[in-house]
Design a protein around this ligand. Structure first.
Ligand code: 5GP
Ligand code: ZN
Length: 115
């Protein structure tokens, strides 16, 4: 299912161009428009789910596998020193785009990223 008013549906399905660092049949991983650190990426399912609670179990399991593999590759490419995986659900938790996504935030020694 897609939501025609959802920007992440359009990005995930290639209707709006993005800097893509990984893609398969179910997910696209893009660079964040306002990165918290160099290489900040977002995992987007191609189907529209507003948040974690709506994500089917199969997709939820696959998100972590995609995260693991992308983080491993990007750690080598970026030379970062660590990683935060962050996933916001609901306005009170800081969610601003209501299409499930997981943040992959590279960390560098002595960076000033506040999460
Ligand atoms: P949230 O606050 O919902 O967890 O995160 C939304 C993220 O999406 C933010 O980090 C924001 O910078 C990013 N974002 C919002 N709109 C766009 C867009 O059009 N393109 C990309 N690449 N990132 C976006
Ligand atoms: Zn969507």
């Amino acid at each position: 299912m897609r939501d025609e008013n959802c920007i992440f549906c359009k990005i995930a399905n290639g209707e709006i161009p993005s800097t893509t660092v990984y893609e398969d049949d179910d997910f696209r991983v893009i660079l964040d428009l306002s990165p918290a650190s160099k290489g900040h990426a977002l995992i987007l399912p191609k189907e529209h789910y507003a948040n974690l609670y709506e994500l089917p179990d199969e997709a939820a399991s696959k998100v972590l596998i995609v995260a693991k593999n992308v983080v491993a590759k990007m750690t080598k490419a970026l030379g970062c020193d660590g990683y935060n995986l962050v996933q916001n659900n609901g306005e009170a938790a800081g969610q601003t785009v209501f299409h499930f996504h997981m943040h992959l935030i590279p960390r560098y020694k002595e960076d000033q990223v506040g999460l």
